[in-house]
Design a binder for this molecule. Sequence first.
Ligand code: DGY
Length: 327
Amino acid sequence: MDVLVTISLDHDMLAPIEARHVVTAHSGHGPMDRDTLVSLIGDKEGLLCTITDRVDESLLKRANRLRVVANYGVGYDNIHLEACTKRGIAVSNTPDVLTDATADLTFALILAVARRVVEGDNMVRQKGFQAWTPFGFLGTEVSGKTLGIIGLGRIGKAVARRAKGFGMAVLYYQRSRLSPEEEEALCVEYADLYDLLGQSDFVSLHVPLTDKTRHLIGRRELDHMRPTAFLINTSRGPVVDEEALVEALEKGTISGAGLDVYEKEPEVHPGLLGKENTVLLPHMGSATMETRKKMAQRAIQNLLLGLEEKRPPDCLNWEQLKGQKIP
Ligand code: DGY
């Protein structure tokens, strides 16, 4: 079958796909540009794509032979799932394998923004380390503080486990509450969104991007946060109204923000760039060699099984596809 791979993978990684299928693979470090994707999709039965490729109606209209979409990434807001299901296309993502890497980076952001790590590094490089002083680079203690986690899925739970090591109290908010046993095991306490915002020293976002979570954190929610608190986002940029965030940082409504994702990614709001109370990363939550390799292996496994019409382990729409007559 004909397969399009929009990321540049090592030869060893591509080999199992090439052994069974005719592969067109992207080369080069950047993402495959939209026009190339659109021009190549027409005769493909399989697509291994990344979170920057939009698999939307306009692409699907040209993808008459497409049967399988394997997303290299856990978030799949880049894919119009219902439109794929309607066309009989199996869609999968790469959960689990990036949980720890993303939770680690969440803590890197918490520590960096609270302890002014990037500011300190910049000063040493640009002006030199003049002298230790009792009042130099005073930050905010992380240990023993309250962490509010919005979205206690796999990554949110991994963040909660790390917070325990820092002696933090953990509040969480999501639509469905965990069982009392699970809450006890994770040492987390359920709170209503606005209670969580008002009580947390750090608010960390771990929800997928959906119509319901877009701008979940806006002006009103930021106003509920403490002026000493920090907002951390390693989920998806549009979960936060960036305009409102810039305003909150300027007015001192909150103390700072640690961001790995942006509303109009890869664009970063210019109002964020000059602020010392922000730490800004280029969407690198899952960027460890070990995790990226596992993501590739998982996406390839999903792709190959899907093309054999077997259930990919991470299929997102298998039940809906079952029984549906594939045109
Ligand atoms: C994902 O997988 O959704 C991350 O944002 C990138 O690895």
